[in-house]
Design a protein around this ligand. Sequence first.
Ligand code: NAG
Ligand code: NAG
Ligand code: NAG
Length: 284
Amino acid sequence: MRLLFVGLLILLFVAEHSCARCDMSTTARVREGNLRQSGVFNWLGVLKVHLHEGTNFKVAVSGIVLIKVKYALVNADDVVRVPKNVLESDSLAVFLAADDTPWSVAPLSYMTHPEYEYSTLNTIAVLELNSDDAQDYPLNPICFPEAMFNTSGFLYLTGYTDENRVLEKVIYKILYLEKKVCEEFYNRAGLSDAKRAPTAYVCGFAPYNGTHCVWDNGMVLVSNATGWFTLVGFGVRGPGCAAPARFIDIFQYLDWIRTATAENVPMYDAIEDYRRDDSHKPFV
Ligand SMILES: *[C@@H]1O[C@H](CO)[C@@H](O)[C@H](O)[C@H]1NC(C)=O
Ligand SMILES: *[C@@H]1O[C@H](CO)[C@@H](O)[C@H](O)[C@H]1NC(C)=O
Ligand SMILES: *[C@@H]1O[C@H](CO)[C@@H](O)[C@H](O)[C@H]1NC(C)=O
């Protein structure tokens, strides 16, 4: 009787984790550099938008990270530039579902974090994806941190590069820096601009490789300190891979992300509820 009881407890624990369906693979023991069109980290994607300007058209791309079957995070200032009709009809969220196997899904709508209107351009938005219509859904959302933990020894930045004219994944080791190192760097370099500073961020730099590169919006700061890779930060453009860089600190946004992606809350209502709730009060 006792044995059975223990067995059940273990089962429940595992079930609770698999229920979240996040990517707990620990096989992603990756070396730094270009991963080509690898299927590893299949939560890593891009929002691809076809913009028509008169007779010309161009493709705009912004990094996204899949956080739930139907939702991804995207840079707020990038997604608000996409007209609603273009988002619905001329855009795709593209992922590498497996090695050399692109998979795409249409975006439906987005919701920016309320601070976008009041404090900073560099914040997150939640992008809703039309995953309900997808057959054989192949992706695994990234895992979220369940508690604040010391990630400093195991930080990596991953995202896409087009250095070979196709979208390929890259990964760099990141060394953690105190926030004040970032502040001093941005002040000294004349880059401090309150409208561009994330309200909460993790600071770090790529020590080994990156003298000639610049981070893009939507690169993903991850840590494998727990054994598998969890989401720590969301990258914003600049200032150079070897320089102290700011990554939006996802831990500070977990409550809002949970509200914004609650399946039974229409997106518009979620943001109104959030504004009505006095306890947040960051926007004075
Ligand atoms: C994180 O990944 C690196 C690189 O593959 C590996 O050396 C390290 O042991 C991993 N950390 C943990 C806690 O699994
Ligand atoms: C540095 O990055 C370049 C381009 O991503 C890559 O070709 C090279 O192998 C990397 N070097 C190291 C030491 O990781
Ligand atoms: C976190 O880990 C790093 C190295 O792994 C260590 O230097 C640092 O003191 C730790 N920070 C805390 C708050 O424990």
